[in-house]
Design a protein around this ligand. Structure first.
Ligand code: SF4
Ligand code: SF4
Length: 431
């Protein structure tokens, strides 16, 4: 089987990964994925389609083309939304191809942007304390008025990026104990991923998730853990990502739980694929398989376990955004909808193209703002036509993007996580 040939710079760069994937040879070029691909739909260019990108990677693997800037741009304009996987009748796992190729080409952007991203991936994300300090500084930047002054001095591009920065909450999430008991009879013992950005930007969602799990009869454990590494993996940084995966595997397997529950779709998809990430690691390959089998999306897990008791009504019409890494990455579409429909008074209306990427895609909305905004505008048109009172999107990236989309293009609707609404439906409980 062929390998991608690295550039001289990469060869000189010590550790060079190779692409040795059966997936690369499964594509039969039928083209059924093309119209499901957001970047193809916008550009109508073969090189910006899944089939075109697979062809490029295969040509590079066969040594017929160089890993030059044009090759990189085609690979990096991909959102890694994996809509092509849902459409593919041959079962091509495009995500594996793209992630492995990106390991060779590294993060997107200018040399300066790449250095900044590498710093974030290797020096911030794996360290919860440093990340918390960075978000504390950001909060200070926003609340002292420094942001208002700084925006006046910023170049337009930086100002646009700054405008996407959400308001940093006054309080970060910290579990009140490492083990939280089930409320009522215990039905399961689960460990929860706290996440890197979730406790800092969506602490209320983590609190809601803990309450929903406990009300559903789960004892909830928070092992000593780290970021899942999804952002690293998607952007070609796998050294720190593998270290994070090993740390999480050790911590969560030692907790001896029935499931590892994750309330962020991108993180859940990455953790379910630790076995692929660590496939060449003799010490961790088997452990990673055991770990991956335990990982469950929060909605998937609660739907499987079943809600407990009578739910309070929520009189609201909502439309559901399928996060790409839930619908396409984890094949989970039915369970969140069933949970929403179990809430009395709540009406679910479908938007057109609910499983089309909103353009968030990790840091894609920052690195490829033009394409991201095109997709967001289309998404907001679908939201508007659905005529709902609120949007439900169980993934932090989608929630931020849809809130920004509402502010910028309308309609400005509340954006909830599925766990927010289940928590409300469970109502107050005396412990
Ligand atoms: S992952 Fe998404 S953007 Fe990338 S090729 Fe597949 S459908 Fe297109
Ligand atoms: S649908 Fe699958 S087999 Fe067909 S072109 Fe796309 S990736 Fe290849």
């Amino acid at each position: 089987m062929a390998h991608i040939h690295p550039t001289q710079e990469q060869t000189n760069n010590a550790k060079v990964p190779s692409l040795d994937l059966a997936e690369l040879y499964q594509c039969v070029h039928c083209g059924l994925c093309l119209n499901q691909c957001p970047t193809y739909r916008v550009t109508r260019l073969e090189a910006e389609s899944p089939r075109g990108r697979i062809h490029l990677v295969k040509a590079a693997a066969d040594g017929r083309i160089e890993l030059n800037d044009r090759f990189k741009e085609h690979l990096q304009l991909c959102l890694l939304c994996r809509a092509c996987e849902s459409a593919c009748p041959s079962g091509v796992q495009y995500g594996r191809i793209a992630e492995t190729a990106r390991e060779l080409i590294g993060p997107p952007g200018s040399p300066l942007v790449r250095r900044i991203l590498n710093f974030v991936f290797t020096q911030l994300l794996p360290y919860a304390g440093r990340l918390k300090l960075a978000f504390t500084l950001l909060r200070w930047y926003q609340r002292t008025g420094l942001q208002t002054v700084a925006r006046l001095l910023m170049p337009a591009k930086l100002r646009a990026m700054d405008a996407m920065l959400p308001a940093i909450p006054a309080k970060f999430f910290q579990p009140t104990a490492n083990t939280l008991p089930a409320i009522g009879p215990r039905r399961a013992r689960v460990a929860m991923l706290n996440g890197c950005v979730m406790p800092l930007l969506f602490g209320d969602v983590n609190e809601a998730t803990v309450r929903v799990l406990r009300r559903s009869g789960c004892e909830v454990i928070f092992p000593e853990q780290t970021c899942c590494g999804a952002l690293n993996i998607h952007n070609g940084e796998q050294v720190a990502a593998k270290q994070m995966a090993r740390k999480n595997i050790d911590a969560f397997l030692a907790a001896d739980v029935d499931a590892i529950v994750v309330n962020a779709a991108g993180c859940g998809a990455a953790m379910k694929e630790y076995d692929f990430l660590l496939r060449d690691d003799p010490e961790y390959a088997d452990k990673a398989k055991r770990f991956a089998a335990l990982v469950k999306d929060a909605g998937e897990f609660v739907a499987g376990l079943g809600l407990v008791g009578r739910l309070q009504p929520i009189n609201l019409t909502v439309t559901y955004q399928d996060p790409c890494h839930l619908a396409h990455g984890q094949k989970i579409r039915r369970q969140p909808r069933e949970l929403l429909q179990a809430i009395p008074g709540l009406k679910l209306v479908e938007m057109d193209g609910s499983d089309r990427c909103c353009g968030s895609a990790g840091i894609y909305n920052l690195t490829h703002a033009g394409m991201s905004q095109e997709l967001l505008k289309e998404k907001m048109r679908g939201v508007g036509a659905a005529n709902a009172d609120a949007i439900v999107a169980p993934n932090p990236g989608c929630m931020l993007q849809l809130r920004y989309g509402g502010k910028t293009y309308g309609p400005q609707l509340p954006v909830y996580h599925l766990m927010d609404l289940l928590d409300r439906a469970y109502g107050e409980v005396a412990e």
